[in-house]
Every structure is written in C-alpha cells, then in structure tokens.
Write a protein that binds this ligand. Structure first.
Ligand SMILES: [Zn+2]
Length: 326
C-alpha cells in the first residue's frame, strides 16, 4: 500500500477519470548521429510498439510542444545557449560525446518540448511518459555525456512557472549518476534529487540529496531492497507534488555501458516500486527514458516498453482501488 505524507489513499481521484498514462512521441525523435553506441532507433521502436503491442489509443499519444529560449534560460546559461544556437565548438559543447552539429542540437532542443509536454500531461492525467528525454548529465553551462540540454529540469521549471507544482522529487534510476540534476538543484530546498546508480562508472559524481552508489554486479534483490528502503526514507523527509522519474534501463545486466546485473524482471519490479508508490498516492509522475545500451536497439526498446507496461499496470491498480467493492 502507498504511504506518502500528505496524500490520501484515494489520491488517484485527483485525476478524473484517471489516472491514465499519456505518452509523448514523435517520429522526429530520430536524429541521425551516425554509427554510435547511443541507439537513437530505440525511440521509433518504442513508439511503434506502444501502438501495436500495448494498443495505446491515439487520444493518449501526443506530440512535442514548441520550446522557446526563455524556457531554456531557466536552467542553462546564456553563453552556453549561444554556443548551442550557433553549433559552435567550444569548451562547453565539446564536453559532449555527441557531434556538435546543428541537426543534433536542434533535435535535442525539440526533444525538450517532449519532456515539457510529458510533465504537463502528468499533472492532468497522472502519468506523462516521454518516449525520449532524461538527459540528466547536462549542466547549466556545458554538455556532458550524450546530453546537451537538461530536458527534465526545463520541464520541471515550466511546471513551476505555470503554477502546477512546487515540491519536486527526482527519482533517477539510470545506471549513471544524475550529476547534472544534482548540480542544477544543489541549492533548491524544494527539489529533492535522488540517484541510485553504479558507483564505479561515469560520471564524476556530484552530490544529490540522496545518492545510492551501488557496487558492481548488484542483482535484482539487493538492488530492489536499496531502492525500497530509500524511497521510504525519502517519504519521511520530503513530500513531493510532482515526481520526475528518470527511468534509464542501463542497470540491465546486458547493458554495454553499465556494470549492474538486473534482469528484465528486476527492471520491471523497479518500475512498479516507483509507479505504485506515487501514482497510487495521486502524485503525478513524469517519465523520461534516459539511458539504455543493450546489445541492440530492439533489446533496448523492449526494456523501455517494460517501463510503459509498469506505468499502465500502476494506473490500472489505482483505478481498481477507486472502485467501490461490489
Ligand atoms: Zn545512463
């Protein structure tokens, strides 16, 4: 059962007639970056399978929202944004591990609009699931890893600007620490940053409000125990009115860039732990795919689809709990 501070057991009533998962997907999420470990094809595959296998109806599939400079400036510095606009090779852009080209940067900028849309849909319907996003290594003033723009923080700040939420919890289960998120919100008492990751892996660690750096090779049971305990501990310290779930699937045992050893089932249980706790309590959850580097784009997309299935299940359970007993 759900236990979370200010929420009632029937908190799901906030989302009438939901909660439901609403998705944000665009074919244009595919940006050609050439031969690269980052499997851009995973977006297209996940989007297709949502329709063909999960039978998500068109009224629960949405497009990106347009993004303006003001939104980006809430998180990023003017100098860095100028470099990005001009696709200029500089210290700030060359720290990325992706090509510094206009089409790649435009793709990132557009994708920010997907995360903003997903966050907005979460407030309205319970879960907003972006088939993209989760670029948690981007810093205010420079790129890192495969991340140019911190779409999650930009989406959170948009919700705040719209008066939709104040207290935000970031639950980051990507195998790599959410270092950009930790830096962006280091001084913000209204944002609680939690990262559970592999300690001996990229990046250089920053300080989140709660970091759980795991030993190499950790398997399902140990991982889930840590996660469960941490989520309970967080609930005692912080009551969110929005949760940003950075749901990287790179803790999987077959991942090429991760050194943890979760199974398909373990990842599914991880997702359920997160969704049941917050969706069941009526707290809106925005989902951002983040990392995943299984041996093929197909295998990676399968794992991301698993996160969508867990979100659907959590909504179904929350709806069932609302039905009066017959
Ligand atoms: Zn990652």
């Amino acid at each position: 059962m759900i236990a979370s501070g200010n929420q009632t057991a029937s908190g799901a009533q906030r989302f009438k007639p939901g909660p439901f998962v609403h998705y944000v997907y665009e074919d244009a999420a595919y940006v050609d970056i050439g031969a690269h470990v980052f499997p851009v094809d995973k977006y297209r595959l996940t989007g297709r399978w949502l329709r063909e296998e999960l039978f998500v109806p068109p009224d629960r599939m949405h497009g990106w929202l347009p993004v303006n400079d003001e939104q980006l400036e809430r998180v990023h510095t003017p100098g860095y944004l100028r470099d990005l606009r001009e696709a200029r090779s500089s210290w700030a852009t060359l720290s990325s591990e992706l090509p510094v080209t206009r089409s790649v940067i435009d793709g990132f900028r557009a994708m920010v609009g997907g995360s903003v849309a997903a966050a907005t849909l979460a407030i309205r319907h319970g879960v907003g699931f972006h088939v993209g996003g989760g670029f948690h290594h981007a810093f205010p003033d420079h790129a890192e890893g495969f991340c140019y723009l911190h779409d999650v923080a930009i989406a959170i700040e948009q919700l705040r600007a719209d008066g939709e939420c104040e207290r935000v919890l970031v639950v980051d289960t990507d195998v790599h620490q959410g270092n950009g998120t930790a830096i962006i919100y280091a001084q913000d008492a209204d944002t609680f940053t939690y990262s559970i990751h592999q300690e001996n892996n990229y990046p250089v660690k920053q300080r989140s409000d709660l970091d759980r750096g795991l030993d190499d090779g950790i398997e399902d049971e140990a991982y889930l125990e840590h996660l469960q305990r941490d989520l309970v501990a967080i609930a005692e310290r912080f009551e969110p009115d929005f949760v940003a779930y950075v749901a990287g699937v790179d803790p999987h045992r077959d991942d090429q860039l991760g050194g943890l050893a979760l199974t398909d089932e373990g990842l599914g249980r991880r997702d359920r732990l997160v969704f049941d706790r917050y969706v069941g309590a009526g707290i809106p959850v925005g989902v951002f795919l983040a990392g995943g580097y299984a041996p093929s784009a197909d295998a990676t997309a399968r794992l991301h689809l698993g996160t969508a299935m867990a979100a659907e299940d959590a909504c179904e359970r929350a709806l069932r709990d609302l039905q009066p007993p017959s």
